[in-house]
Design a protein around this ligand. Sequence first.
Ligand SMILES: [Zn+2]
Length: 471
Amino acid sequence: MGFDLLNGAHFRQALTPEGWVRNLSVHFAADGTIASTAQDDNPDGLPVYENPVVPGITDLHSHAFQYAMAGLSEVRRNPVDSFWSWRDIMYFFALTLSPEDLQAIAARLYLSLLKGGYTGIVEFHYVHNDLDGTPYARREELSLGIFEAAKLTGLDLTHLPVFYAHSNFGGLAPTDGQRRFIQDLDGYAAMLDSLRAPAQAGGHTLGIAPHSLRAATPEEITQLLKLRADLIPGSPVHIHVAEQVKEVEDALAWNGRRPVQQLFDIAPVDEAWCLIHATHLTASEVAMIAHSGATVGLCPMTEANLGDGIFRATDYIAQGGSFGIGSDSNIATYASQELQQLEYSQRLRDRQRNVLSSMDTPHVAANLWSRAAQGGARAAGRPEQGLAPGGLASFVELTTPEPGAMLPVDPEAALDFHVFAGRGFHVGDVVVRGRRVVTAGHHPMENVIVSDYHKAMQRVAARLSDRGTVA
Ligand SMILES: [Zn+2]
């Protein structure tokens, strides 16, 4: 792949863990991390970035295939539509995709994410089986398509093959609509083992993901953690938890314990863990997660779209909790949209402004961006340092719709402009681990990726029309 490899860059204005810094020279190491930084007048003649530069964010939660169903679920089909009726449409859609389709959709999504402020992705991958529910000859077939999409686009991938075995608490049998997701422990172990060599060859990180406490029993989660210790010790562990009120009610009905409490009862939750959504929490559950070192994976645009509820971000952040953002259903592909929605959810609830900031870090967007970059890196099993020695040489150059679009009064407001009034998210260069994958807003494989995606959409449309209307 023809990506330029940079050995460093000079930033006129960069967002570092210490805040905005001017005239920063950054040297990259051969492994794609930052070797050193210095504030100087660029004595080594490094390539200069006149526009503001921010660390790339890792999108910590994606189901790539859902990108292609955007627009299909915004129609009322029931007296009360909910997450659960949306899920029926998603299941229907998942039963139409070929391996080739899935790879083309993932590549198109990843291209958009690179232009949306993300330099990494955590793919929570749960479509494993063929259309009739039998495993592919190579069990890891669809995961390998995700690897190809990451390679083609240059997005930094952490891949989480998902363990999914049941339809609800208590190990209930799966439904027919879930047949492409279902694995037993032996099949899962074989797939994870087979993925290790190609992941290493492609530079991808592997982790594990019990889908949820609905889809994996406590005994199975214990077995999955043993498997991780044997095959990929210390790797990330992600799980959906407490996204919906019904999930909390079902958990209580099953054994009298709320989902987050159940999880902490059965597993040693620590920094390697990422709890996806964690929307419905008691005060003690907020404290438990914040003090565990785990990251909460917030997906504000999807959570709003699905009517999940509002995360207790003010309480959680006040206790030092780690969080990152995920595009989840991929209806939105800009990191700025997720952060804006996160802040706005708290403003609407509390009837205040500039909520997720402090008097020490008053710029809301810079505060949220830095925290989300660090939390996303932690959840992906990568260095958390940001644009500082030891961090990844992954960054995004911010541009504006036209020169002079923003008043040049306060340079530190650049990111606030992009997140809260960006009028679209505009990027110049995007660099991932020292490789320039987007140059002045253009990706070298863009034409191929878009064309392959359009062909896949035509195939999917034909199959959907063969099967009749959605839900
Ligand atoms: Zn999800």
